[in-house]
Design a protein around this ligand. Structure first.
Ligand code: DAH
Length: 341
């Protein structure tokens, strides 16, 4: 009898089942009234009294083992045939793992890129370590412009050419125009650096997105329409825009754009300094001198450009009061944007 018990162990151990029918076969073979266990029980009745204790124990253990084996075969087949359970990753940790969240600057940058790419703009990038030509000279900056001063710009080397950290993403305009035939329609996101004392309102690095469109017959009206569409998608369909004349060396005419304050709805509040408007970007028609610097004929082509600060847009959208929050990596601050995307 001991041999039969041992043999049953081995058989049960190597039993496999790929379907519910096979699981049922297993049950019938071992656990049913006419099954192996029942027949062993039958045999057990005739065992001499002195062997009853030992064999009884063995038989009991076999019964427990067969039942466990049956349950596990049943579970495996059940999980495999149930698509919901099949997709459960059993290797995953049972305790939740903090997955982190996207940085607010990235969220807003991606939103801005999406809005402009829907209007046909593609993304272009350029280096953060730049030379004088791409950041200043090609963009029509005068030789004595204050931005060329050490007080405003981080210089890395001054000889034989000025090497510096770019102060704006307008440098990507020039780089793209130098190597691309119009039409050009790009947005250029990136980090920029300025020699500023760090405070709630200023930082030595921040992020910008530059926009550029060069083609035949591009007008100021095209610029206005694109910016209006952007403002409404970014800040809501009721948003109004206002363009004020301004000056930038690389555009003529130049303007700064305000949007209606979305806190007071344009009535005037502390946020918009009672004006009802908040400034969000600089823009204008690309100066013919800039086109010439990049080998584009201003008699044939015209274009517009604009530049906006991502921190500024993020402040407006999420009401962040202190610029330094963006670079402190305080998880309590960053976790507030978990649901934003
Ligand atoms: N480069 C400017 C800045 O950093 C922003 C800017 C203004 C970009 C007007 C432009 C523009 O392309 O047309 O302040």
């Amino acid at each position: 009898m001991l041999d039969r018990i041992e043999a049953a162990y081995k058989e049960v151990e190597s039993a496999i089942a790929d379907s519910l029918a096979q699981v049922e076969d297993f049950r019938l073979k071992y656990l049913s009234k006419k099954g192996v266990l029942s027949s062993l029980m039958e045999e057990f009745r005739n065992v001499p009294a002195e062997q009853k204790r030992e064999l009884g124990q063995k038989l009991n253990q076999l019964k427990i083992y067969v039942t466990e084996r049956y349950n596990s075969l049943k579970d495996n087949v059940g999980n495999a045939s149930n698509p919901e359970l099949k997709s459960i990753d059993l290797t995953r940790s049972a305790t939740p793992i903090a997955t982190g969240s996207r940085h607010p600057i990235s969220i807003v940058r991606n939103d801005i890129i999406r809005i402009f790419s829907d209007m046909g703009f593609s993304v272009a990038e350029g280096p953060e370590i730049e030379d004088d030509w791409h950041v200043f000279s090609s963009l029509n900056f005068a030789a004595d412009h204050p931005a060329r001063d050490m007080q405003d710009t981080f210089f890395i080397a001054r000889n034989p050419v000025d090497v510096l950290l770019r102060t704006h993403t307008s440098s990507v305009q020039t780089r793209t125009m130098e190597k691309t035939e119009p039409p050009i329609r790009i947005v250029c996101p990136g980090r920029v650096y300025r020699n500023e004392a760090i405070s709630a309102r200023a930082h030595c690095f921040f992020h910008q997105i530059e926009g550029l469109y060069i083609d035949k017959n591009v007008s100021f009206a095209d610029l206005k329409q694109v910016l209006l569409n952007f403002a409404r998608q970014m800040f809501g369909p009721e948003t109004k825009i206002r363009l004020r004349p301004s000056y930038f060396p690389f555009t003529e005419p130049s303007a700064e754009m305000d949007i209606s304050c979305d806190i007071c709805g344009g009535k005037g509040c502390a946020f918009c300094k009672e004006t009802g408007w908040v400034e969000i970007l600089g823009c204008g028609m690309v100066d013919p001198n800039v086109l010439k610097s990049c080998g584009i004929d201003p008699e044939i082509y015209s274009g517009y450009a604009f530049g906006l600060g991502i921190e500024r847009i993020t402040n407006l959208k999420y009401k962040v009061k202190d610029l330094r929050m963006f670079s402190e990596n305080d998880v309590r601050f960053l976790a507030e944007f978990e649901s934003a995307r």
